[in-house]
Design a protein around this ligand. Structure first.
Ligand code: GP9
Ligand code: MN
Length: 634
């Protein structure tokens, strides 16, 4: 077979070790959910098939090069896995290419990153150590120049493995690559490395899309939007906040499950609980963010478009033409600003804010930040609100002011003197601390309301509060299900994507609203309250106070909720009871309750992507609702 002594060749040793490691990581670190034996089998096959292919390439090199190739391949492969692990621990998600270009953000993570690295992670490099040791000690015995026939046979075999893997995956989940992006499905079926290649292809495709767009795509999209969303309706709230200030508070990582809930018998968020009584409060309001986290939530609120399936639009498409909230209300005489005590470049905010028409960004440089008044990610929320008042008081009115809080951010650190509620007791430090920082945020909002009243701004403003995205990822399943006393299912996971949403109008009693709602609806709702005609806008949301509304809320991975149903991971549930109605196999039948929505959700998401990737709004004139033909572009 090979022309020296009878040892197992190094490439095979490396392939086996690396394949085994990959499999162990899939199963026990990524916690990939497996519903049947077929999925188990595919996962096992893809770990080894990919590994075999990667190392089989090595035997095409001459002996010395071969050694080098194998050594570095196993090292680089392991690093790729490891970076994904660290990322996964925070986001239960896999890295995408656009995220890699956001290095500045990663550097800012500071304490967060450290808490994601564990000592025993060193074991994840055991295969690297073994292979390096073998190459150095016994390299020559394990190395061989192979006959051409043998090389071809190995390569053919490895490709056959890969193809076999793909065929099985297609059987298990038809149209794997065409359907909407769910990264876990791709990793589960094709493996981490094939997923990265797929991601690279998608990335270049979306880059090319702008070049080839000519604006004609908009005709169909505009028609769809007008049909589905602009059901212009007068309600008794139309214009209720006309010429009032709008104070928008983005509540970092706050999820609905803590609202009106207790921990060890104590209310977690007493102020926010009381605030429900005199606000419009939406108890089934879902965040719709993806990898861009806070910036995605900002993007959705400002544009009523969906965030990108990969990376953050704030980074990838900050130069596009938009028709954003600050611009629209700016035309009505509003002064718009953002308050956020972080570096201005985080999430590329400075560039994006400027592009979409904010008049002023009070970033970290506008605040006095000291050792004492900061924790975790920076300035503590209470100090943040206190120090913001002077700026707000001297601002010309009416204004739109967005406040982005920070203390309730992973890893939820808090100084002892700021904690007014015990830690929870579970196997998740993250969840244990979360209650304390959530309580702290609640108190900071309470103080902010006091300042607003003291300065008289309160009477002239409406105050909107919204959780930006989840804080507790499903990495903390076990602790969450203990706390909620409920089994952690895919259904519960989607239900946990509810975040609080309040519209507080001083002098109005408000109401608790149970209809489904989402971040996509915020922009049209605010315009409605401000009495600004949005019939020229192109958006995917509907005014939350309208009787007749689009009847689903879509998530970036193709999941959705309607008033009756909840669809996720190929399963269709009763939204209120969680009872499973249809499983993946029934879904293709016409009888499935969720079926009619599945396609529409896909269509809507892809329209949104077309607008963003193609930068289509550069072809549209929002003043008179007409197309700008490309020839007229400078
Ligand atoms: C950073 C803050 C937090 O400025 O908005 O960002 P997140 O990690 O939640 O997206
Ligand atoms: Mn956030």
């Amino acid at each position: 077979m090979f022309n020296k002594k009878l040892h197992m060749p190094l490439f095979l040793i490396a392939a086996l070790l690396f394949g085994l490691k990959t499999y162990i990581v899939y199963r026990f670190v990524f916690n990939i959910s497996l519903d049947n034996t077929m999925q188990e089998l595919i996962l096992l096959i893809n770990a080894f098939a990919v590994s075999f292919f990667l190392f089989a390439i090595g035997i095409w090199f001459k002996e010395r090069r071969q050694k080098k190739y194998i050594k570095y391949m196993i090292l680089i492969g392991s690093l790729i896995i490891y970076f994904n692990i660290v990322f996964y621990r925070n986001f239960t998600d896999f890295i995408t290419i656009p995220l890699l270009f956001q290095g500045s953000n990663a550097a800012d993570l500071g304490s967060s990153v450290l808490s994601l690295i564990k000592v025993w992670d060193i074991l994840l490099f055991l295969d690297v150590v073994i292979v390096w040791f073998l190459t150095i000690k016994h390299g020559d015995q394990l190395m061989a120049s192979f006959k051409h026939r043998y090389k071809t046979a190995v390569l053919t075999m490895s490709i056959a493995f890969l193809v076999g893997n793909y065929v099985l995956a297609e059987i298990e989940r038809p149209q794997l690559l065409q359907r909407t992006f769910d990264r876990e499905y791709l990793v589960k079926n094709l493996g981490l490395f094939s997923y990265h290649i797929y991601d690279a292809v998608m990335h270049s495709k979306s880059k090319a899309q702008r070049v080839f767009a000519d604006g004609n795509e908009l005709t169909e999209i505009e028609e769809y939007m007008k049909d589905e969303t602009s059901i212009q309706q007068e309600t008794e709230l139309y214009g209720i906040a006309k010429d009032k200030n709008v104070i928008f508070i983005s509540l970092e990582s706050l999820q609905t499950f803590v609202i009106n809930n207790t921990m060890n018998g104590e209310e977690v968020t007493p102020f926010l609980n009381d605030l429900i009584d005199d606000s419009y409060y939406f108890e089934n309001f879902y965040h719709q963010t993806e990898q861009g986290k806070t910036s995605d939530s900002e993007f959705i609120i400002e544009n009523s478009l969906y965030p990108s399936p990969r990376g953050a639009v704030y980074f990838t498409h900050a130069q596009n033409d938009y028709h954003s909230l600050p611009e629209i209300i700016g035309n009505e005489g509003y002064y718009s600003s953002v308050f956020h005590a972080n570096n201005k470049s985080f999430w590329n905010r400075d560039v994006m804010y400027d592009n979409i028409g904010y008049d002023r960004f009070f970033d970290v440089d506008a605040y006095e930040v000291t050792e004492e008044n900061s924790i975790g990610w920076g300035l503590k929320d209470k100090d943040f609100f206190r120090q913001s008042m002077k700026y707000m008081q001297s601002m010309e009115q009416p204004f739109y002011a967005k406040f982005i809080t920070l203390t309730n951010h992973y890893p939820f650190e808090l100084d002892e003197e700021d904690a007014t509620i015990e830690k929870y007791d579970s196997n998740s430090n993250t969840l244990n601390s979360y209650f304390q920082t959530a309580r702290y945020m609640d108190e900071s909002i309470e103080e902010f309301f006091v300042y607003l009243k003291e300065t008289g701004l309160y009477e002239d403003s409406i105050i909107v509060l919204m959780g930006d995205h989840y804080g507790i990822s499903d990495f903390h399943k076990k602790a969450m299900s203990t706390y909620l006393e409920e089994e952690y299912t895919d259904y519960l996971h989607l239900q946990l994507q509810r975040v609080p949403f309040y519209i507080h109008i001083p002098g109005q009693e408000g109401e608790t609203i149970s209809k489904i709602a989402g971040q996509i609806d915020v922009k049209p709702t605010l315009l409605h309250l401000l009495g600004i005609d949005d019939s020229n806008d192109l958006s995917f949301g509907t005014n939350l106070f309208a009787e007749e509304r689009k009847d689903f809320i879509a998530f970036r991975d193709g999941s959705f909720v309607t008033d009756e149903y909840l669809y996720t991971k190929d399963q269709c549930y009763n939204r209120e009871t969680g009872e499973l109605i249809d499983t993946a196999t029934d879904l293709d039948e016409e009888t499935s309750a969720c079926q009619p929505y599945i396609e529409q959700v896909q269509k809507e998401l892809s329209y949104s992507d077309q607008i963003i990737f193609g930068d289509l709004f550069r072809f549209y004139d929002f003043k008179d609702n007409t197309m700008n033909l490309p020839e007229e572009e400078e």
